[in-house]
Design a protein around this ligand. Structure first.
Ligand SMILES: [Zn+2]
Length: 307
């Protein structure tokens, strides 16, 4: 069965100023690499719908959604936090990024696709219940999780987050929801300078010190994520797919390789095969060196197709 590739032209129009690392070229770099590898035409391409207010308020208060809409500038850039800005197209792009996750979840749940990748921006995992930060506005992966729980009636959804930064927003939103298991690996110390404790059965945090490479990452996943995932037995596996822990990415000091992203994707697919009828929905988070982002994301998607 095919792997869905969900995106939207509006995700290219969100801009946070010249030289900002979270730039539109990220999405094109991934698509170009998929073409180079002969994978692009094998994917099931879908345009992302807008997330509805009902879908967003499962994650964010209505007042927050309205305040973001109100802060959307008619021209120029609106300052949100020291590295997060809204341009006139940002709000629409954020709606499409969250909506991509809803559509991808629907496609995987209905069997229209085996797995799905959302090639979207802005990313989402730093967006807390009522705070936009760290390039993020709506928490896309949390929107997918709540849609799977509330709309599709699942009772156990796992979120895997291997972005180099802690997914503080996802943790803020899901930490009180016993229907979810959140497994994270991240560099610490590193922005957002939080290292919350592991809560067995609910939140599995694996901080990795600067300089850590493949071996430390794979050990964290094998020794800490996997036993909890097999105990939890998720009915759906969601991935916050950030590729900024790559050795070539200046955003951090972890030393992951392109092959590590294929490996961890294979682990996610195996967990999904054991417990979740193979269902995996992945969404793009970080990754700022365009070459390593493209290679890592294409390797991730290739593994979703094979795994
Ligand atoms: Zn990141």
């Amino acid at each position: 069965m095919a792997v869905a590739f969900v995106s939207h032209p509006h995700c290219l129009r969100h801009q946070m100023g010249d030289g900002h690392p979270e730039c539109p070229a990220r999405l094109g770099a991934i698509e170009d690499e998929l073409h180079t590898r002969g994978l692009y035409d094998l994917l099931l391409h879908r345009d992302a719908p807008r997330a509805s207010v009902d879908q967003l308020v499962r994650v964010h208060p209505l007042e927050y959604v309205e305040s973001l809409s109100n802060r959307s500038p008619a021209e120029g850039l609106a300052h949100i936090d020291p590295d997060t800005w809204m341009c006139p197209d940002t709000f629409e792009a954020a709606l499409r990024a969250a909506g991509a996750n809803v559509l991808a979840t629907d496609m995987v749940m209905s069997g229209a696709a085996a797995r799905a990748f959302c090639n979207v921006r802005p990313p989402g995992h730093h967006a807390e219940r009522a705070t936009a930060m760290g390039f993020c506005f709506f928490n896309n992966v949390a929107v997918a999780a709540r849609h799977a729980l509330e709309h599709h009636g699942l009772t156990r959804v796992a979120v895997l987050d291997f972005d180099v930064h802690l997914g503080n927003g996802t943790e803020d939103i899901l930490r009180d929801d016993p229907r979810t298991l959140l497994c994270s690996s991240y560099q610490y110390p590193l922005w957002p300078d939080q290292n919350p404790p592991t809560v067995p059965g609910r939140i599995i945090n694996c901080p990795l010190p600067p300089g850590s490479g493949s071996e430390a990452f794979r050990r964290a996943v094998t020794e800490h994520w996997l036993p909890e995932l097999d105990r939890f037995a998720p009915q759906l596996v969601l991935i916050s797919a950030g590729f900024d822990a790559h050795a070539a990415d200046d955003m951090s000091h972890l030393r992951l390789s392109t092959a590590d992203y294929g490996w961890v994707t294979g682990v996610a697919c195996e967990v999904a095969e054991r417990h979740a009828q193979g269902r995996v929905v992945s969404t793009l988070e970080g990754g700022y060196n365009l070459r390593s982002l493209a290679a890592s994301a294409a390797t991730h998607i290739e593994k979703l197709m094979l795994g």
